[in-house]
Design a protein around this ligand. Structure first.
Ligand code: IVH
Length: 339
C-alpha cells in the first residue's frame, strides 16, 4: 500500500514541529507550546506511523527507544582522541597556568581570553552526526577506544536525533557530558527505596549505570541530560575562529550548551568566574566539581598543542573536595539503616 502524499506531508510537518519544540524546550529553555500540545503532536505522528509504517525513519522523534536489548556493547575507535584535563587546585596554580600560556605564546602584555564554563560531574560522550543525523554515540573509554552506546543516548530527550537549522558540516562530532540532574537523581533513589532496592551513591554513578544498560527501555526511564562543550572530527575544519563561537553554533543546530558559558579576559576574571560559580554551585540543579577554562582563540589552541593526554590550552579549576564529605555521610546513613 502506498502512502498518500497528504499523510507523508503531515508526518514531515509534525517531525519538524516536534524537533523545533525540543529545541525551544531543551536549548532555549523557553517552550513555545504547552506540554499537552507537544504530546498531542507526538501521538498524531505515532498514529500516522502506525497506519503507514513506511513513514518511519530512524530520526523520527517516535523512534528514541530501541525495541531489542543489545547482547553487548561494541568498541569504537575515536577518530580524534578524547583527552583529559589538567587540574588547578588553587588560585596560585591558576595564575601559574595563565603565566605559562602567555610565556609560550610570547604575548606577555596581552591578556588571554578564555572560554569558561562549569565542569560537570558526569560522563564524557562523543556524538557523531552525518548529514545532520545522529549516527553514533560513544563513551570516552581510555580516550582512544570507547563503547558504542548509541541506543541508550538516543533515549536522551535533549540529544537531537536530527539537527535543526542549516549549515552543519557533513560530518560533525560533538563532545559533551551526560549527567543526571539532581531532581532526577532524587526521584530515582526515592523510587528505588519504595521498591526496596538499593539506590545510587551519587548522580554520576546513576548516570554511568544508566548508560551501561543493554536494554535502552531502562535508560529511557532515567532522566539523563547532556551539555556539549567540545568537538571531535569535523569535516571542513573548525566551525568558527573561537571556542565560544563554535560552541554557540551548536546551539543553533539544536544541541544543548551550558547557559553558564562566558568569555573572560585575563586570570583575574577567571578567578572571579570561579568564585561566582562556586557561590551558585548548589542551586544549579546538577553536580559540578569545578570550572573549566579554555583559551578561546582556536589558532592559539593549535599553537599551544598538547602534553601527553591533556591540552596545554585548557585547565579545570577544581572546587575543594567536598565529595569526600558526601561519601562519609552516605556510609553513615547506610550503617544506621542496616545496623
Ligand atoms: S573539556 C580537551 N569541558 O572533564 C578537553 N571537559 O578531566 C576536553 N568535563 O573527560 C574536556 N565538564 O568528561 C571539558 N565543560 C567541560 C567539562 C569537561 C566536564 C569532563 C570531561 C573530561 C574531563 C576531563
Amino acid at each position: 500500500m502506498s502512502v498518500p502524499a497528504k499523510a507523508r506531508r503531515r508526518a514531515a510537518e509534525l517531525r519538524e514541529q516536534i524537533n523545533l519544540h525540543n529545541y525551544r524546550y531543551y536549548v532555549l529553555d523557553d517552550p513555545q507550546v504547552p506540554d499537552s500540545e507537544y504530546d498531542r503532536q507526538l501521538r498524531e505522528l505515532q498514529a500516522l506511523e502506525a497506519e503507514y509504517p513506511e513513514l518511519i525513519t530512524p530520526q523520527s522523534p517516535t523512534q528514541r527507544v530501541g525495541a531489542q536489548p543489545l547482547a553487548g556493547f561494541t568498541e569504537v575507535t575515536h577518530r580524534v582522541p578524547m583527552l583529559s584535563l589538567d587540574n588547578a587546585f588553587s588560585e596560585e596554580e591558576m595564575i601559574a597556568f595563565d603565566r605559562r600560556i602567555r610565556e609560550r605564546l610570547g604575548e606577555h602584555s596581552d591578556a588571554i581570553v578564555y572560554s569558561a564554563e562549569p565542569k560537570l560531574d558526569g560522563l564524557a560522550i562523543n556524538l557523531r552526526y552525518q548529514s545532520g543525523q545522529l549516527v553514533q554515540a560513544a563513551t570516552r573509554g581510555d580516550g582512544n577506544q570507547g563503547e558504542d552506546v548509541t541506543q541508550n543516548v538516543r533515549t536522551i530527550s535533549s540529544v537531537p536525533l536530527q539537527l535543526i537549522g542549516s549549515g552543519w558540516p557533513e560530518i560533525l562530532e560533538v563532545r559533551g557530558e551526560i549527567y543526571l540532574p539532581l531532581e532526577g537523581f532524587e526521584r530515582l533513589n526515592r523510587d528505588a527505596a519504595a521498591a526496596g532496592e538499593k539506590g545510587f551513591a551519587n548522580p554520576r554513578n546513576a548516570a554511568a549505570g544508566s548508560l551501561r544498560q543493554l536494554d535502552s527501555r531502562i535508560t529511557a526511564r532515567r532522566p539523563l541530560a547532556m551539555y556539549c562543550y567540545g568537538f571531535g572530527e569535523i569535516e571542513g575544519g573548525p566551525l568558527a575562529e573561537t571556542q565560544s563561537e563554535s560552541i554557540r553554533r551548536l546551539a543553533d543546530w539544536g544541541l544543548r550548551i551550558s547557559p553558564e558559558m562566558r568569555t573572560v579576559t585575563g586570570v583575574e576574571e577567571c578567578l572571579e568566574y570561579y568564585r561566582r560559580i562556586g557561590e551558585r554551585r548548589h542551586s544549579l540543579g546538577y553536580e559540578i566539581d569545578g570550572v573549566v577554562f579554555k583559551v578561546d582563540r582556536l589558532d592559539l589552541q593549535e599553537r599551544l598543542g598538547f602534553v601527553s593526554r591533556a591540552p596545554r590550552w585548557a585547565i579545570a579549576q577544581k572546587f575543594p573536595a567536598q565529595e569526600e564529605m558526601t561519601r562519609l555521610l552516605n556510609i553513615d546513613i547506610q550503617v544506621g539503616r542496616t545496623g
